[in-house]
Design a protein around this ligand. Structure first.
Ligand code: ADP
Ligand code: MG
Length: 685
C-alpha cells in the first residue's frame, strides 16, 4: 500500500492492489479506523435495528458519508449473508459498480470477485462464495427473469435512488410487489437527497392482506433514517456574465485556482467524453506551452468507458506538491467519492436523455442541470476542509431559471426496453403498474406500437412465442435483439453478432478531438458504401487478422480496449444466440442480407433524404422529423437516399449515428403494420 498523510494527521492506506488480499492485520486495522470515522458509523446499530424490524428502510445521507461502502458490510457483519444468502447493492452506473465493489473488497481485505463481487452487463465478477454483490439496477431486473422473487437475496439495497434512473424506478415498482410475496426480504433505499417522504409514501403497505407469513414484529411503514453529514462549508462563486464556452471557461478557472489558491484537488463537472477530452487537451497544451502556470497539475478524465487502470489513477492519492484535476461527467456528483477535492468547477450542464413521443425520437442532449444537482456538485468541495465552488453561470440564472429538481428518467425515455422487460416478468397491465413516477401514456403507446411491429407483442399486447420471449431474453435493446434473431433466416448471424457487439459499446474509434483529419483518413481504409454497420465488420476483420494487435489499432485510430470488449461481448452474444436456436452462419460478403437484417430491427428509424436538400437533410419516414447524418458516420456527405439509424444525438441539429443504407421496399416487407398504407403512402412521397 502507498501511504499518505491525511488532514487529521492520521495515515490513510489507499490503492492497495486488490490482489494483495491483505491478511496482514496491519492494513486491515487501518481501514478499520477509517471506517469508524465515517458519518454512517455512528448509525450502525440504528441501521441494523431498522433493517431487522422494518421491511423497508430509507437512508438519506450526504455523498461520502459511507452509505454505499459501509452498509453492505454492516449487514454482512450482522449475519444477513449467512446461510447461503446474498446482500445486493444496486447502482445506476456500471463504473460506480466496479469502483465501489473494488473499494469494499479492499476494505475487507478480500479478493474482488470472491466474498465481494460485482456484476454488470457482459461482465460477471462473482463466485459461489460471494456474500456482498454490487450490480447495476438493470442487471438485477434481468435476474428477475430467472428468479422472479429474487430468492437468493436477503437484503437489497437500492442505492442512488435520488437519481431516479429508469431502471431504478422499474426496480422499485417490482420490489414493492416482491415484498408482498416475500415479506422477509429487506429493502434499503438509499439516497443523497431528501425525497424520502415520497419514497416512503410509495412503500407504504396499506393492506395487510397477502402478508401471511410475515414476521409479526415487522413494521409495515418504511423507516426513514437521516445520516448527519459532516460536510464543511463551501463558498459559492458565480460568473458575472454568462459564459459562451464552458470548456474554455472551465480551463481558465482551473488555471486561476492553481495560480491563486492553496493546495487541494480540483473537480470539474463537464458533460461527456468529448468535452472532457477537449478540456484535458487544452490543459495539457497549456502545460506544454506555459510550464509555469500549470506545473504540478495532474489532469485526469473521468467518464464511463475508462479502463480499470485509468479508473485507478483517479482514486490514487495525489503526490505531495502536486494538484490533481479530475474532469468528470456527473458520475462524480453522487456516485463516487473522490478524496482531497477542495475546489469544484460546475459547468451547469450534464448529458441527459430526452424522448419526444410525438417525433418518436430519443436523444442524448447537453442540458442544464437542476438546483438539486448544482448543490450536490458544490458539496463535493467540502469533504476534507472548507472548499470553494465556481459556478460557470450567473447567480441570477441559478436563482430564477434553474429548475428545482430534475425529471425522472422514465418520463423522458423511450419505453421500448422497459415495457418488454415488464412483459417478460408477467406484468401485463403496464398502464396499471405501480410506478414511482408514471411515464406518459403517449410514450407507452408509441412503445407498444413499435413492439407490436417488431412482432414482439401480439394484438393483446402479450409477448409472442417464440420471438417475443427470445427478444426479451437478449440483454440488448429490442431492436438489436430482433436484428440478431432475424439474421438466422437471412443466414448472416456471424456478421450480425459482430455488429450487435459494436453497437453495444460507445465507440470503436479513438476520440476525434484534434485528430479529425487523421481519423477520417483512417476510417476511409475501412469505409463501406453500405454504411457504418458494414464498416464495423471491416474493422473487426482487420483487428482479427492483425492477431488482435494493439499496434494495429494505434495505427488505425481504433480504440484497442473497445475492440477487446467487442470481441468479449460478441462471444457472449454468440452463446446466447446459440442457446436461442440461432444457426451460426456467415453470409460470405453478401452485404445485402446484412443490411436487411439491420432493417428488420431498425425499420422504425428509417429516413429518407429530402429531394432538394443541399445540406443532406433527411426526414424520418414516420414522423417527418428533420435529421442529418452525423459527421462521424462514413456516410456523412455521401447522403444515400434511404437509411436507417441506430441512435440520435443532438447538438445544433439532430444527428443520426451509425447509419446503414436500405432499400425502401424492405420497410413494408419487414414491418407491414408500421408502414401500412392509410392515407398517402409515406414511402412514395
Ligand atoms: P456514500 O455512498 O455515502 O456517498 P461511500 O460509501 O461511497 O459514501 O464512501 C465513503 C468513504 O469511503 C468516502 O468518503 C471515501 O473516503 C472512501 N472511499 C470510497 N470509495 C473509495 C475509493 N475507491 N478509494 C478511496 N476511498 C474511497
Ligand atoms: Mg454512494
Amino acid at each position: 500500500p502507498r501511504l499518505i498523510d491525511d488532514e487529521e494527521g492520521g495515515v490513510l492506506f489507499l490503492s492497495t492492489p486488490a490482489s494483495s488480499s491483505s491478511s496482514s492485520g496491519y492494513g486491515y486495522a487501518s481501514f478499520e479506523k477509517q471506517r469508524q470515522r465515517l458519518p454512517v458509523y455512528k448509525y450502525r446499530t440504528a441501521i441494523l435495528y431498522l433493517v431487522e424490524t422494518h421491511g423497508t428502510t430509507i437512508v438519506v445521507g450526504e455523498t461520502g458519508s459511507g452509505k454505499t461502502t459501509q452498509i453492505p458490510q454492516y449487514l454482512k457483519e450482522a449475519g444477513w449473508a449467512d446461510g447461503g444468502r446474498l446482500i445486493a447493492c444496486t447502482q445506476p452506473r456500471r463504473l460506480a459498480v466496479q469502483a465501489v465493489a473494488s473499494r469494499v473488497a479492499e476494505e475487507m481485505g478480500v479478493k474482488l470477485g470472491e466474498e465481494v463481487g460485482y456484476t454488470i452487463r457482459f461482465e460477471d465478477a462473482t463466485s459461489t462464495g460471494t456474500l456482498i454483490k454490487f450490480l447495476t439496477d438493470g442487471v438485477l431486473l434481468r435476474e428477475m427473469m430467472d428468479d422472479p422473487l429474487l430468492t437468493k437475496y436477503s437484503v437489497i439495497m437500492v442505492d442512488e435512488a435520488h437519481e431516479r434512473s429508469i431502471s431504478t424506478d422499474i426496480l422499485l415498482g417490482l420490489l414493492k410487489k416482491i415484498q408482498r410475496r416475500r415479506p422477509e426480504l429487506r429493502l434499503i433505499i438509499s439516497s443523497a437527497t431528501i425525497e424520502a417522504k415520497s419514497m416512503s409514501a410509495f412503500f407504504q403497505t396499506r393492506k395487510r392482506r397477502g402478508l401471511q407469513g410475515a414476521e409479526p414484529a415487522l413494521a409495515m411503514e418504511p423507516a426513514i433514517l437521516s445520516v448527519e453529514g459532516r460536510g464543511f462549508n463551501v463558498q459559492i462563486h458565480y460568473v458575472e456574465d454568462p459564459v459562451s464556452d464552458y470548456i474554455q471557461a472551465a480551463v481558465s478557472t482551473v488555471l486561476l485556482i492553481h495560480d491563486k489558491e492553496p493546495f487541494g484537488d480540483i473537480l470539474v463537472f463537464l458533460t461527456g467524453q468529448d468535452d472532457i477530452e477537449a478540456a484535458v487537451k487544452l490543459l495539457t497544451e497549456e502545460a506544454r506551452d506555459n510550464r509555469k502556470s500549470s506545473s504540478g497539475l495532474i489532469v485526469l478524465p473521468l467518464y464511463s468507458g475508462l479502463s480499470r487502470a485509468e479508473q485507478e489513477l483517479i482514486f490514487s492519492p495525489t503526490p505531495r506538491g502536486k494538484r490533481k484535476v479530475v474532469i468528470s461527467t456527473n458520475i462524480a456528483e453522487t456516485s463516487l467519492t473522490l478524496e482531497g477535492i477542495v475546489y469544484v468547477i460546475d459547468s451547469g450542464f450534464s448529458k441527459q436523455r430526452f424522448y419526444n413521443p410525438i417525433s418518436d425520437i430519443e436523444n442524448l442532449v447537453v442540458a442544464p442541470i437542476s438546483k438539486a444537482s448544482a448543490r450536490q456538485r458544490a458539496g463535493r468541495a467540502g469533504r476534507v476542509r472548507p472548499g470553494k465552488c465556481y459556478r460557470l453561470y450567473t447567480e441570477e440564472y441559478f436563482v430564477n431559471e434553474m429548475a428545482a429538481e430534475g425529471i425522472p428518467e422514465i418520463q423522458r425515455s423511450n419505453l421500448v426496453s422497459c415495457i418488454i422487460q415488464l412483459k417478460a416478468l408477467g406484468i401485463d397491465n403496464i398502464l396499471g403498474f405501480d410506478w414511482p413516477a408514471s411515464p406518459s401514456p403517449e410514450s407507452m403507446i408509441r412503445a407498444l406500437e413499435v413492439l407490436y411491429s417488431l412482432g414482439v407483442l401480439d394484438g393483446d399486447a402479450k409477448l409472442t412465442a417464440p420471438l417475443g420471449f427470445q427478444v426479451a431474453e437478449i440483454p440488448l435493446d429490442p431492436m438489436i435483439s430482433k436484428m440478431i434473431l432475424s439474421s438466422d433466416q437471412l443466414g448472416c448471424s456471424e456478421e450480425v453478432l459482430t455488429i450487435a457487439a459494436v453497437l453495444s459499446i460507445q465507440s470503436i474509434w479513438v476520440s476525434s478531438r484534434g485528430i479529425q483529419k487523421e481519423l477520417d483518413e483512417a476510417k476511409l481504409r475501412f469505409a463501406a458504401a453500405e454504411g457504418d454497420h458494414v464498416t464495423f465488420l471491416n474493422v473487426c476483420k482487420g483487428f482479427l487478422q492483425s492477431g488482435k494487435s494493439s499496434q494495429w489499432c494505434h495505427r488505425n485510430y481504433i480504440n484497442y480496449h473497445a475492440m477487446k470488449k467487442v470481441v468479449d461481448i460478441r462471444a457472449q452474444l454468440r452463446r446466447i444466440a446459440q442457446r436461442l436456436g440461432v444457426t451460426l452462419k456467415s453470409c460470405d460478403n453478401d452485404m445485402q442480407v446484412v443490411r436487411k437484417a439491420v432493417a428488420t430491427g431498425f425499420f422504425a428509424n428509417a429516413c429518407r433524404l429530402e429531394p432538394f436538400s443541399h445540406d443532406g437533410m433527411y426526414k424520418t419516414v414516420r414522423t417527418s422529423q428533420e435529421v442529418h447524418i452525423h459527421p462521424s458516420s462514413v456516410l456523412f456527405r455521401v447522403n444515400p437516399k434511404w437509411v436507417v439509424y441506430h441512435s440520435i444525438v443532438s447538438t445544433d441539429r439532430q444527428y443520426m449515428r451509425n447509419v446503414a443504407t436500405i432499400e425502401p421496399s424492405w420497410l413494408r416487407e419487414v414491418a407491414p403494420h408500421f408502414y401500412r398504407q392509410d392515407g398517402p403512402d409515406p414511402l412514395l412521397r
